[in-house]
Each structure stands twice: as structure tokens, then as C-alpha cells.
Ligand binder design. Sequence first.
Ligand code: XMP
Length: 524
Amino acid sequence: MSDLHDDKILILDYGSQYTQLIARRVREAGVYCEIYPWDVEFERIREFAAKGFILSGGPESTLDADQPEVPMALFDLGLPILGICYGMQAMAQQLGGRVENVGKSEFGYARVRARGHTALLRDIQDDVNEEGHGLLDVWMSHGDRVAELPEGFKLMASTDSAPIAGIADENRKIYGLQFHPEVTHTKQGVAIYQRFLHEICGCGSEWNSANIAEASIAEMRARVGDGHVILGLSGGVDSSVVAALLHEAIGDQLTCIFVDNGLLRHREGDQVMEQFAEHMGVKVIRIDAEDRFLDKLKGLTDPEAKRKAIGNLFIEIFEEEARKHNDADFLAQGTIYPDVIESAGASTGKAHLIKSHHNVGGLPDDMRLKLVEPLRELFKDEVRRVGIELGLPPHMVYRHPFPGPGLGVRILGEVKKEYADTLRLADDIFITELRAHDLYDRVSQAFVVFLPVKSVGVTGDGRRYNYVVSLRAVETIDFMTARWADLPYDFLDHVSRRIMNEIEDIARVVYDISGKPPGTIEWE
Ligand code: XMP
């Protein structure tokens, strides 16, 4: 097998909200790529040895002073370049064209007419007009536009509001698009990326989950040799995939430490053990630390104080256990590519990020553990596909996110065991019913929140005063903003009845209809 990284693309980031989406589209086309900030030292760009470059969009205007630039040396490499939105404008301006501001932004759907045959757009179209020009339905989002072509470029596409919506210098294989092919509203976006990657840059399509898994296993084997690795297994997607991958690579040389903090979901601890220890034969040490966590949380009501207590105790317990494995050479972590990009940021590039809620990077220096991060190159969707490739069950790999502090932030105020036990049962009913009604995968995150207030209810002849729970289900793409999920009333009614009939301590069920913003997804 040729090296997965032989054919690769470098994306220079100008700050667009779509930059990571570009990278995911490139990888979905089977080509490895990375994102560098636009102002990274040019030597690093050269060393990356890409077969082609993509310049992202960005929020700036090339008309302002000190605007981000395209490194001029990039044009001397003689490799294909695709500039998108700001990327095209910056390129056009620096190569002698002219950019103007038209006073109003264009945002949304547009129909682009292809002008002149180019290697990039040839025969890619959604429709054809009377004059025989190809038409593309695309997604536009820009304020400025290119007003004059740079020398050597021809017009590739236009719309009414952006007469120069695409430019091409076919001799140098430099292309610019004013619209966003990475957004799914651009119907032929995938075809355009495939054309650029495979035909113009000459990249193969080796980047797929089977190859990624195989290559990562080989790499981990080589890196670890006959050393020992410890891993904090949480049952979440990332640490689960790291465990599966390392188990495949090094078998018994891997020891997983699973700290059960008593704030997990119904039967979660048992399920982690069944999956990893029993089914897969992974060496997992389960530490039942419920009492220690509940003890630490006693009297704490402030959400951030609770988070801190849970996080610190986790590190303390993990450290205690890790110290018992003084033959360990490596610490494995589930860092994924978006964490790496985030910590690199524009212009620095070397910071090393460790996930805050699983912060085991603070292990004492005297343990001298080297870090292995097998998912460092992968986006979340790739991590999931690799997990499936390695045989992890889909319900585990496609599970909703679960916060590090667990039920600790879903029990408002002080955490008590009886609250956690009650909440677990209610949450399990909600999740089980979502799955049974095929609704689980239609929402991004769903859970139940425990409110330690008592409300009145009637049972038989008597009145009872019991607790209230709230169902929460949201739809979101990035978890930064979210809408409450419009679940069917019949379904909510069914869940509510089950919870109140089956769990004695709960007298009332409500449904949270707060969006984010101004609400948050979690209640604390
Ligand atoms: P919020 O409540 O901020 O949640 O809208 C956004 C996403 O982050 C998760 N979340 C956390 N995850 N530790 C975590 O690991 C935390 O302390 C934490 N707080 C919130 C939340 O579940 C949602 O997916």
C-alpha cells in the first residue's frame, strides 16, 4: 500500500467558518489534507510537500490595510491552487487584478453561469441555458468582488451580482471561485473538489477508514515497540476508538484505566466493561470511585465548583492508578484534529492542547511518559468511521456527546446518590424511547435533568410531593448554537407517562424549550 500521506493538499486558512468543512470535503474525496494558518512560515508550507493548495475564505476585505495575504512564493512552486471567496480575491488582487466593494453583501443561493471551458468546471453543471452555457446552483457569501481579472486569467464563471465569480489561469493551474463548493447547497461541490483534487492536482484516493485504521495500527506498533501504554478510557467515542486501535496494534501492552465516578448513565460502567474487557479482551482496570466523588461533591452547589471538584478528583485518581504501572512508557490520549487546529491558531502553531475534562497531561514529571495520540490527524466523523472499521458497535460510536462531569452537571445544585440513581432511570427511559421511535439519530443530544424541588401529584387517594425532571433534546451542528428539538407530542406524552409511572420519586416531567443562545444545552 502506498503511504496514505503521499498525495496531500494544504489548506491555508484565512478565518472562514467553512475552513474545516473544506478539509472534510477533501478527505471525503479520499485525499489527506491539513490546515495551516495563512501566515505560517513559508518553509513549513514547502516542507509539507502538498500536491496542491486551497486558500479558504475569510471575514476580511482585501481593500483594508494589513489584510491577510497569499505568500507570493506559493505562486512560484508551480503547483495547482484553488482560491475560494476571500482566497480568490486576495490572489486576484496580488496578481494585478482589482477587487471592489459593491456596498451590499450577497449571502445565500445563487445561480452561476459557466463561461469558457476550464479544466475545473468542464461538464460539471446542474442545468444548461438557451445559449448552451452550463449553470450551477451555488452558495454565495461575500461582500467584495473581483472587478478586473489579473493578467493571464480568464473568466470561468459569473452571476448577475458577481460578473467575475470564477477565474482561471489554466497554464499555471490557478483557479478562483467566489462561491463555496464545500457547502452542501452548492449541488456540484463534491464534483468540483474531486475534479480539482484528482484531475488537476493528480491525487489518488487512498484516504479512507480501512486504510487509516491499517496505517495507524502499523504506526502505533512501530512507535510503541515493546513498550507499555496506559490510557484513560471514559467510554466516550474518542477514548473508545483509541482503545480499540491500540488493542489491535499492541494487545496486552495496553492498560486502560476506567474511572467510574458514579456520575455515569444507566449501566454505563458495566457496558464499558462488557464491550472492552469481555468482548474484546482489552486489559481494563475499573476503579469504582462513586463514594469518593460523592464525598467531594458534598455541600457543593456552584456549577463551576462542582466541575472543578470532579475534574481534579479524576486526575488524582487516575494518577494514583497510573503510578501503580511504573513500567508504563507511554500515555495515550484521544486528541483529535480540531483540537490540534484550535490550539495552533493563526501564527503560532506549536501549542499543545490537552482536553480539559480529561486532563491527564498533568501527570507528574517523574513518570516520564511519552504521549501517543493516534487520532491526532482525524476529524470526529473520521474517528467514528475508524471505530466502526475496528468493530466497535454503532450505538457506541454514534452516541450523543456526554459531558466530562457527567450527571454532576445534570443534577442542579448539590449532587446526592439518590438523585443520581433517580436521574439515571429517567434518562434511560427517555433515551430508550428515542431509539425505539427512531428519533435518537434525529437529535444531536438528548438527556434528562434532575431538579431537586418537590411538586405535588396525586396517586390513588393521596397527594404526594416528589421531584421534577426536565427532558432536554436539541438539534445543532456545532453545539455553539442549538434549537430545541420539535419532538412529537405523542412521543413526549408516552415518555412522561412512563417516567411518572415507573419512577416513584418523580411527580412531574417538563420539556425544555430553550434555545442556545440565550440558554445553554446543559442546565449548569
Ligand atoms: P453547553 O451547555 O455549554 O454545552 O451549551 C455544549 C456542549 O458541551 C458539553 N458540555 C461539556 N462537556 N465538560 C464536557 O466535557 C463540561 O464541563 C461540559 N459542559 C457542557 C455539552 O454536553 C454540550 O454537548
